[in-house]
Design a protein around this ligand. Structure first.
Ligand SMILES: *Cc1c(COP(=O)(O)O)cnc(C)c1O
Length: 388
């Protein structure tokens, strides 16, 4: 097993050495169907030929430069993200957490520039997950993630998703710098916020001068069928945070800001040594190019529909399934009992998924998953459900 590692994870005993597309191979030759994609990260699956080719080429040129010098790719990545998101300007980070940290600093700086000293609080939603750093964990609702690490950021409050009246009351105090929300709460069992609540949050933030931040780290980058998941509700935030799949497995996040707030920072306000380097940007370009011109977004929609149809059949066959959640290639199967057992059975049968919020099996395949693999995954689910 593992030694000399701090006790933060309890990984499965198998050792994975490689894979291809949505399949993974262990050291002893077992093949798994990967319906987790490294927790929504490996959009192009494993060993994607174009990604391998371009990253191999980039390795022979430059991996890192710092943001004090230019390279040929960052501008192109930022332009594409602006185009796809409908927002204006990008700050590169190395993770989703850091993208949210940057968004917190943007909220602070916007209030500071306005001289609005009454606004010191941050509002987030019950059930939220925004990361594990001191700022992002302060916005994360889960008690067990917060309690041992007090004191957290002061002035953070939580409102129940869907409670528009309470949201209005809180925002009307005009003491909050920003509202943070995930349009689809991945860690909360793939829980989609009602679209009318998303629209009300947008209106109330505009009305009260509160910055609206959408954490799209998990649901964004096209996973649910639109580049930003809130596009489905016709809502644009002031700031969106992205990460997981954006560089096809390399560590990259970004904080994307609307035109109105694009001049929030000046040199020295924020930074990152590693972020936005040529190697990760080259990976992001492959992903973004396939999204824009390689049919990858269309593939997510098509495979997502096949997955949903398969899961809907299972729901008809097995009353233990109480609810299907999510869209595109971010779906959840909620069970009345046995979710932990089911996830173990699936793994034993060669299907990698995970469980969130206790009772939801979360399915996050790579965007390159094939129709045959979706059908195979559904059939493994059927077999395991029959044994539950
Ligand atoms: C994963 C996740 C994060 C944290 O991202 P890291 O890359 O692990 O730092 C933040 N918000 C949401 C919604 C996430 O799913």
């Amino acid at each position: 097993m593992t030694t000399h590692l701090l006790n933060t994870y309890a990984p499965a005993p198998d050792v994975f050495v490689g894979g291809s597309g949505a399949e993974l191979r262990t050291q002893d030759g077992r093949i798994y169907l990967d319906f987790l994609a490294g927790i929504a990260v490996s959009a192009l699956g494993h060993n994607h030929p174009r990604l391998v080719r371009e990253l191999t080429d980039q390795l022979g040129q430059a991996i890192h430069l710092s943001n004090l010098y230019r390279h040929p790719y960052a501008q192109d990545v930022a332009t594409r993200i602006a185009r796809l998101s409908g927002l204006e300007a990008v700050f590169f980070t190395n993770s989703g957490t850091e993208a949210n940290e940057c968004a917190i600093k943007i909220a602070r700086k916007v209030a500071y520039k306005k001289g609005d000293t009454k606004r010191t609080g941050l509002l987030a939603l019950e059930g939220s997950f925004h990361g594990r750093s001191m700022g992002s964990v302060s916005l994360t609702h889960t008690e067990k993630y917060r309690k041992p690490f007090a004191p957290l950021l002061p002035g953070v409050e939580f409102v129940a998703p869907g409670d528009t009246a309470r949201l209005e009351t809180l925002l009307s105090t005009r003491t909050f710098q920003a509202l943070f929300l995930e349009p689809i709460q991945g860690e909360q069992g793939v829980k989609e916020l009602p679209h009318d609540f998303l629209r009300a949050a947008r209106e109330l933030c505009t009305k009260t001068g509160t910055l609206l931040v959408h954490d799209e780290v998990q649901a964004g980058c096209g996973r649910t069928g639109t580049f930003l998941s809130a596009d489905a509700a016709g809502v644009k935030p002031d700031v969106a945070t992205l990460a997981k799949p954006i560089a096809a497995g390399l560590p990259m996040g970004c904080t994307v800001v609307s035109k109105e707030f694009a001049d929030v920072f000046e040199p020295g306000d924020h930074g990152s040594t590693f972020a936005g380097g040529p190697f990760v940007c080259r990976g992001a370009l492959v992903f973004l190019d396939l999204m824009e011109h390689g049919g990858l977004q269309e593939a997510v929609l098509a495979r997502g529909a096949e997955l949903r149809a398969g899961l809907a059949d299972l729901k008809g066959e097995f009353p233990v399934i109480t609810e299907l959640r999510g869209r595109g290639l971010m779906q959840g199967v909620r069970l009345s009992r046995g979710a932990e057992d089911l996830q173990k059975k699936l793994y034993a049968k060669g299907l990698i998924t995970n469980r969130t919020a206790g009772d939801v099996i979360r399915i996050l395949p790579p965007y390159v998953v094939t129709s045959e693999q979706i059908a195979r995954g559904v059939s493994i689910l059927r077999e395991a459900l029959a044994e539950l």
